[in-house]
Design a protein around this ligand. Structure first.
Ligand code: FES
Length: 87
């Protein structure tokens, strides 16, 4: 599990092991656009300001993934305990 910190509000949202980051955000009432929920479409792409995402999408190129400045919350997770996101 890991935490998402929303830069706009400072809110911290826990993402349990068996829940996607997208689902945790939606459950917390955060409006994140999404479509495929499978790492393909890029609709949920979210900017990452701090922390290291664990990428599981097929949308970003490996170069883009290596930048660690965006991630797809529908399927990707975090390598660091906290991911600060532009939400
Ligand atoms: Fe399609 Fe996340 S909803 S990549």
């Amino acid at each position: 599990s890991f935490n998402l910190k929303l830069v706009s509000s400072g809110r911290v949202i826990a993402v349990p092991k068996d829940v996607t980051a997208l689902q945790a955000l939606l459950d917390a009432g955060v409006d994140v656009p999404y479509s495929c929920e499978n790492g393909v479409c890029g609709t949920c792409l979210t900017r990452v300001l701090e922390g290291k995402p664990e990428h599981h999408d097929q949308y970003l190129t490996s170069e883009e993934q290596a930048c660690n400045d965006q991630f797809t919350p529908c399927c990707s997770r975090s390598k660091s305990p906290i991911l600060v996101v532009d939400l």
